[in-house]
Write a protein that binds this ligand. Structure first.
Ligand code: FMN
Length: 271
C-alpha cells in the first residue's frame, strides 16, 4: 500500500506521550519525505467529532499507561475511531513501573476499529505522580531507541515484511488493572482524590484549559465539575506551582513506587 500521510496521534496530559509519538512519527515522515500530521486528542474539544482515517495513512497512535492499561476514561472515545484500513503503530508510554496489558489493549482496540497494526512499542518516561521516578525521560538513549524503532518499521514496510496484526509477547486474554496497595496490602482507592490549590494561585485559568477531562470549574478553579484522572497536567503546567496532591493514599502510593521501581525500565518494541 502506498503511504501518503504520516500521523502522530496522541493523548498526552503531561507531554511525554506526545514527545515519544512525535519522535517516532517524525522519523517515519522524514524517511519518506512526507510532512508530519498531528492529531492531539488530549483535551475535550478534540474528542467531539468522529475521527476518520483512510487507506494510505500510517498512524503512530499513543496513550499513556494508567494502572497497567489504556486510560479507561478514553475508551468510549477510542471506540468511535474509524481506521478504514489505515496502518497503525500502537505506542504506550509508562512511568518506569510497567506497561502490563496496555500495549495489547491498544493494539486490539486499533485492530477492532479497522486499523492494520504493523509494529508496536512501549517506552518509559517520567512517572506522572513523581519528581524522581523516571526523571528526565525520555532521554537521549530513549530517543535513539525511538529512531531505531522507526527505522525498522520503515524497512519492514519497504520490504513487505511487516506483520499485521503485530504479534506481541503476551498474547491471550486481557488481564486486569494494576491495583496500588497500602503497607498492609489493602487496596488504595485514589479515584476520588483531587489536586488542591495553594493561595498563590494567580487565577489565570490555564489549568482549566489543560485539564483533559474539562474537570476544573472556570469560575472557581478550586472546584471540580467532572472527574479528575490524576494525570498531573494542572500540576505540571501551572505557572506558579499552585496545584498539588496531599491525599495520604496517593502520597503513600507515590513513595511506594519510588522505592520499588528505582531501576531503569527499558523500551520494548515489536515488529
Ligand atoms: C492515573 C495514573 C496511573 C498510572 N499508572 C501507571 C502504571 O500502571 N505503570 C507505569 O509505569 N506508569 C503509570 N503511570 C505513569 C504514566 O504512564 C506516565 O507518567 C506517562 O508518561 C504519562 O504520560 P503523559 O506525559 O503523556 O501524560 C500512571 C500515571 C497516572 C496519572
Amino acid at each position: 500500500m502506498e503511504i501518503a500521510h504520516i500521523w502522530a496521534a496522541f493523548f498526552s496530559p503531561k507531554g511525554t506521550t506526545e514527545r515519544t509519538v512525535t519522535r517516532i512519527a517524525d522519523h517515519l515522515a522524514g524517511q519518506r519525505g512526507l510532512p508530519l500530521q498531528t492529531f492531539n486528542f488530549t483535551c475535550p474539544p478534540a474528542r467531539q467529532a468522529v475521527r476518520r482515517f483512510a487507506p494510505g495513512d500510517l498512524v503512530v497512535f499513543g496513550t499513556p499507561v494508567y494502572a497497567g492499561r489504556v486510560p479507561n476514561v478514553l475508551l468510549p472515545y477510542l471506540n468511535t475511531l474509524e481506521g478504514n484500513g489505515a496502518l497503525a503503530v500502537p505506542v504506550v508510554v509508562f512511568g518506569n513501573r510497567n506497561y502490563d496489558e496496555a500495549l495489547k489493549e491498544l493494539r486490539n482496540l486499533l485492530e477492532d476499529r479497522g486499523f492494520h497494526t504493523v509494529a508496536a512499542g512501549a517506552f518509559a518516561a517520567a512517572h506522572a505522580f513523581s519528581d524522581t521516578l523516571g526523571r528526565g525521560r525520555p532521554d537521549s538513549a530513549d530517543f535513539a531507541a525511538m529512531d531505531a524503532f522507526a527505522g525498522r518499521i520503515g524497512e519492514a514496510l519497504r520490504t513487505g515484511t511487516a506483520r499485521t496484526p503485530v504479534p506481541l509477547d503476551n498474547e491471550g486474554p486481557l488481564g486486569g488493572y494494576y491495583q496500588p496497595r497500602d503497607r498492609d496490602g489493602a487496596p488504595i482507592d485514589i479515584r476520588k482524590v483531587r489536586p488542591k490549590t495553594r493561595e498563590t494561585c494567580a487565577k489565570c485559568r490555564y489549568c482549566v484549559y489543560v485539564c483533559p477531562m474539562g474537570a476544573i470549574d472556570r469560575v472557581d478553579v478550586t472546584k471540580f465539575v467532572n472527574i479528575c484522572i490524576k494525570c498531573g497536567a494542572c500540576v505540571k503546567w501551572c505557572g506558579v506551582g499552585a496545584r498539588y496532591f496531599d491525599d495520604p493514599g496517593y502520597l503513600y502510593h507515590k513513595e511506594d513506587l519510588e522505592r520499588t521501581y528505582t531501576r531503569r525500565a527499558e523500551p520494548s518494541t515489536f515488529l
